[in-house]
Design a protein around this ligand. Structure first.
Ligand SMILES: NC(=O)c1ccc[n+]([C@@H]2O[C@H](COP(=O)([O-])OP(=O)(O)OC[C@H]3O[C@@H](n4cnc5c(N)ncnc54)[C@H](O)[C@@H]3O)[C@@H](O)[C@H]2O)c1
Ligand SMILES: [Zn+2]
Length: 349
């Protein structure tokens, strides 16, 4: 239980969707009165400086002090943005996260990475922004996990978060991975599932504690994300260029991570000796739950271009991934050649 008595007042930030489905239940048993609520529009396109300014303006108008507390109730967008706004307001007020998506429960809500997407002034008017380009490391005072909040979450969002749980399991041990691969996903929002979430979060926390500022060990959490981010960016580019109005080709982040994990498991087999059986098991799970990756071998050049721009590469012109020697034994900083990548993408298509 949080000790609210150490704060002069408590404020709550949420988005329009979460305000409808989660705010009433959370307010009814939070154990403290809320001084004021700010509701922002939902969606990644609002994770920007203009929204942070709205949050700061609201806190000033409410005369929030450095002894006030901000509660972020929402998915990763609200947790990232609210954490950033709180940690910079008057040089930092305390915040807690109450994540409402599975992705935010197991990933975005813990670990202290806060921030927003940013469009430089020179690009003003452009729809493209640099993802998570501005932010600070600032730990929440607490992260409250309430699995029952997942009952209103669309199935696609649930699967998106589940991919990050699979990633944590792949990094942990074969037993946890088998448990998740065989879990009946209709059981989410039950106490049983809550236990799986808590174990996934505990794993992430244990990694973050060893390397809070992402300089070494924490990079194991990038497994699946080198290829995954490139697929995510490619689908977004395609959607923005599409001539067909409202044609949706982008996929939730976790879907792209699932495709990326299969490609990187294949690379792990080639480079680090990961048993082929692990690659085929992950591939089967992907096909059954996330469908085929929405890329073809013709996309290789575009994917390569995007991977070469990945901010995780330390040297220009190289591609660096976290790979696996076995389930539970990740290795960071593995350089991959374009030829090896081509083979991995071919496996994925
Ligand atoms: N800080 C980190 O370490 C970290 C890690 C991973 C991801 N992220 C960030 O997280 C963001 C993605 O998070 P997300 O997938 O939660 O997206 P999101 O916050 O946009 O939420 C997805 C959608 O679900 C809705 N929603 C939220 N909870 C709901 C509920 N219980 N019922 C019904 N609808 C609900 C939201 O209104 C939104 O429309 C990205 O911006 C990403 O960069 C941060
Ligand atoms: Zn991720």
């Amino acid at each position: 239980m949080i000790d609210f008595s150490s704060y002069d007042r408590v404020f709550l930030l949420t988005d329009e969707q979460v305000a409808k489905c989660c705010l009433p239940v959370v307010c009814s048993d939070l154990g403290t009165p809320i001084s004021d609520v700010l509701v922002l529009p939902a969606g990644e396109q609002h994770k920007n400086l203009a929204s942070v300014q709205r949050i700061w303006d609201w806190l000033f108008a409410q005369q929030a002090t450095r002894s006030s507390l901000l509660i972020n109730l929402g998915g990763g967008v609200i947790c990232d943005m609210g954490g950033f706004a709180a940690s910079t307001y008057m040089r930092g007020m305390a915040y807690i996260n109450i994540p409402t998506t599975l992705l935010a429960m197991v990933d975005a809500g813990t670990g202290g990475k806060t921030g927003i997407d940013y469009t430089p002034m020179s690009e003003a008017g452009s729809t493209a922004s640099l993802k998570n380009a501005i932010g600070v490391f600032a730990e929440p005072v607490d992260t409250i996990i309430r699995p029952e909040l997942l009952s209103t979450l669309p199935a696609e969002e649930l699967l998106s978060g589940y991919a990050e749980m699979i990633k944590h399991a792949v990094l942990q041990n074969p037993k946890t991975l088998a448990e998740l691969l065989n879990y009946d996903l209709r059981q989410v929002a039950t106490p049983d599932f809550g236990e799986l979430i808590r174990r996934s979060v505990a794993f992430k926390q244990s990694v973050v504690e060893q390397d809070p500022h992402d300089k070494g060990r924490r990079q194991i959490l990038n497994f699946g994300h080198t290829v995954g981010h490139a697929i995510e960016a490619l689908l977004l580019e395609r959607e923005q260029k599409s001539e067909v109005r409202n044609q949706k080709s982008a996929k939730p982040h976790g879907y792209c991570v699932m495709y990326g994990m299969v490609a990187e498991a294949y690379l792990s087999h080639m480079i680090c000796g990961l048993p082929a059986e692990v690659v085929s098991t992950l591939n089967r799970f992907m096909l059954e739950n996330y469908g085929t990756a929405p890329v073809t071998c013709n996309d290789f050049d575009a994917l390569l271009r995007l991977m070469l721009h990945d901010k995780k590469n330390k040297e220009q012109g190289t591609i660096v991934c976290t790979l696996l020697q076995s389930v539970g034994q990740p290795v960071t900083g593995q350089t991959v050649t374009p030829e090896q990548l081509r083979e991995a993408i071919e496996y994925l298509c």
